[in-house]
Design a protein around this ligand. Structure first.
Ligand code: AMP
Length: 220
């Protein structure tokens, strides 16, 4: 059993590194709130909120949504009552200004600082295959893969029979843009957290189960 009741964790890694899958599972067993900025934004796009309308064109092109929009969204989320004890940030921060804003909003007190920063390391050649074959259930959010984790019936979720779709930013042009953006804007965060001695690295080019076991140990 994983216990991370006071965790304030950041999961870092390229698109397709498996942060979301691991964060979702860990949050369930450790009773932490899983905060995925990508999922939040997709929710805004689906509901056509003002933020969703602003964010959509950036997302479809594989670019980052402007810092000020994302920072305000995350600050509001971690201020909610359910995030008072433990949370896992998946997909945020993605730029240095976002990391600095997070530090500022947490403040310097030891009981408010980040407790874990985990980097999911995967070679880029593997990422492209993972992203291009990824399919998501529109009903329950389960994530499948056409080759490595296929459903029994193509296009239909094994868990809830919902329809599987490919994210618009998992198409080839957007994938290469997202990886380029990751290298330029997000990779520098590894140095930022290494300097603070908070970064822990996981070899995420292994089975989800093996990664989860290692992650659970790191989070204890
Ligand atoms: P993800 O599901 O984490 O891969 O995010 C999907 C898309 O949402 C990204 O390609 C960005 O367009 C946008 N997004 C998610 N998180 C952030 C963030 N922290 N900063 C800027 N854009 C983001």
């Amino acid at each position: 059993m994983v216990t991370c009741l006071q965790a304030r964790a950041v999961f870092l890694g390229a698109p397709g590194a498996g942060k979301g899958t691991q964060a979702k599972r860990l949050a369930e067993v450790a009773q932490a709130v899983h905060i995925s900025t990508g999922d939040m934004l997709r929710g805004h796009v689906a509901q056509a909120t003002q933020l969703g309308v602003q964010a959509k064109s950036y997302m479809d092109a594989g670019k980052l949504v402007p810092d000020e929009l994302i920072i305000a969204m995350v600050e509001a989320r971690i201020a909610q009552p359910d995030a008072r004890s433990a949370w896992i940030l998946d997909g945020f921060p993605r730029t240095l200004p976002q990391a600095e804003a997070l530090d500022r909003s947490l403040g310097g007190a030891p009981d408010r600082r980040l407790t874990h920063v985990i980097y999911f390391a995967v070679p880029e050649s593997v990422l492209v295959g993972r992203l291009s074959g990824r399919r998501t259930c529109g009903r329950c959010g389960a994530i499948w893969h056409v080759e490595t984790q296929p459903t029994k019936k193509a296009g239909v979720c094994d868990t809830c029979s919902g329809e599987l779709t490919q994210r618009s930013d998992d198409r080839p042009e957007a994938i290469s843009k997202r990886l380029e953006v990751y290298r330029a804007q997000t990779e520098p965060l590894l140095g930022y957290y290494r300097k603070r001695n908070t970064l822990r690295e996981i070899d995420a080019n292994r089975s989800p189960e093996t990664i989860f076991q290692e992650l659970a140990k790191l989070m204890q």
